[in-house]
Write a protein that binds this ligand. Structure first.
Ligand code: PHE
Length: 455
């Protein structure tokens, strides 16, 4: 059998993981979740959830992937000492969930692409600050444009995946992440200087405890898993490409902290502008598409050229960040079809494109012609988003930590986390890490999940 491909270097691992983790989850989803769930209380719950629960889940997933050296579908069956077939359905879920997420995620990728085109046409700089935010409503309720953008975006990503792990993914994530980081800092500096921005900063920093409830935690934990690409096989699959001398704890912690920082910074770029523009913070999935053009338009009244350049670079970086995430979502499906059915990468990518592209079209239309279809006040797109983060990811992450904590041999887990005892610092911390994986993570996820359904 051909040897499994490996990521070339440590930097490549971190970049690829960060490329998967950092995406629309940080820039689009985090600010809108903060706005819908009470501001600072959400930010703090999210930070706690990431450090205490998501990080151990991350280490569990990456260890499982590297140990089993197979994609998420077969990882559990292979590592079960009893070789039970009962893990097969979990493996299947871990393939299904990312594909489910892909369907609607790529719709937002399409929105970002559209905004990139708009910024290339200088539409935000030319429009007045009061009107540019309103472009969004007209755009998503139209029929064709969002659909084409979604399909175009998804096709581009599928094409990258078809070219293979190394050449495609590594090269892509290396350039864009640092660029996006710098651009967000530029936006923060401008955004907090806007008149009325102060209220936005306070909204992020001053907790309003009356807003705190179980839902805050459910959404915060779901957001944290979503943002770190957990509970869906992506990190397990990536783990299977990680070299055996790589320090898993350092890579995991590096990715988690990077990702957290990005989300919080995105919050500080967006929220002050939301308040300055008088947009309702709980405006939902359109939040950044309404507030960011406001930033560029008002920047454009003072410095049109700077604003034009920054807006193009910003949306370009978002599109690419979204692409690296989507690439990792497609990769899960492709690795499965390849490892399991021997399908070549090109065909597998094409198949994923066709199926998810079609379902995505329906999600896209749910803001327009299909907006009448609602369940519990949510349209189809919002149902996909809610169901995946608040139900599927939590269940899947729970299963992974239970598997790593109770089914996999403890020695195997120790071996992975400490690289056979060679990483001494990890060896010293192993007890704590193992305890977090085995007890803290599953109990937190389960109790929050159950309380949410009871209340
Ligand atoms: N973590 C990505 C983000 O924050 C989304 C993603 C989810 C990517 C699942 C891969 C797998 O945007």
């Amino acid at each position: 059998m051909k040897e499994r491909e490996h990521f070339g270097s440590r930097r490549a691992v971190i970049y690829a993981m960060a490329g998967s983790a950092i995406g629309l989850g940080n820039i689009w989803r985090f600010p809108y979740m903060v706005g819908e769930h009470g501001g600072a209380v959400f930010v703090f719950s999210y930070i706690v959830a990431t450090l205490l629960v998501s990080l151990p889940v991350f280490i569990a997933e990456i260890s499982l992937g590297r140990r089993s050296r197979t994609s998420s579908f077969g990882a559990m069956s292979r590592m079960d000492p009893a070789h039970g077939r009962r893990w097969r359905w979990v493996g299947l879920m871990s393939v299904f969930i990312p594909l489910f997420i892909l369907c609607y995620y790529s719709v937002i990728g399409g929105w970002s692409l559209y905004y990139l085109i708009k910024s290339c046409a200088f539409d935000f700089v030319k429009g007045s600050p009061d009107t540019v935010g309103n472009l969004f409503g007209g755009f998503i309720s139209s029929v064709w444009m969002p659909v084409w953008m979604h399909l175009l975006f998804l096709a581009a990503c599928a094409w990258v995946v078809a070219r293979g792990v190394k050449s495609g993914i590594e090269r892509f994530s290396r350039v864009t992440i640092p660029g996006l980081f710098v651009l967000i800092i530029v936006l923060i500096v401008y955004s907090v200087s806007l008149p009325g921005a102060r209220a936005g900063v306070e909204y992020l920093l001053r907790p309003d405890l009356s807003q705190l409830n179980v839902k805050t935690f459910v959404y915060a934990m779901g957001q944290s898993f979503f943002s770190l690409s957990l509970g869906m096989g992506a990190i397990v699959t990536y783990g299977s490409y990680v070299k055996s001398d790589e320090n898993l704890v350092v890579s995991s912690a590096g990715t988690a902290i990077f990702d957290l920082l990005f989300a919080v910074l995105a919050g500080f770029a967006i929220m002050p502008a939301v308040f300055a523009a008088g947009i309702e913070p709980g405006a939902g999935p359109g939040l950044i598409f309404e507030s960011v053009p406001f930033i560029f338009s008002s920047m454009g009244t003072k410095w049109p050229v700077v604003s034009a350049i920054v807006s193009v670079l910003f949306f370009l970086a978002i599109v690419v960040a979204a692409m690296t995430s989507v690439i990792s979502l497609i990769e899960v499906g492709v690795a499965f079809l390849h490892d399991r059915f021997g399908m070549d990468r090109r065909r597998a990518s094409a198949l994923v494109f066709l199926v998810c592209g079609a379902v995505g079209v329906v999600c896209s239309l749910s803001f327009g012609p299909l907006s009448g279809f609602r369940l519990a006040g949510k349209n189809l797109f919002e149902l996909f988003d809610w169901f995946s983060s608040n139900v599927l990811l939590l269940l899947m992450a729970f299963t992974v930590v239970i598997f790593v904590g109770f089914v996999m041999k403890k020695e195997d887990v120790r071996d992975e986390i400490t690289n056979g005892g060679r990483k001494q610092r990890n060896a010293r911390w192993f007890g704590v890490i193992y305890f977090l994986i085995k007890w803290v993570a599953p109990i937190s996820v389960l109790s929050i999940f159950v309380t949410n359904f009871i209340l």
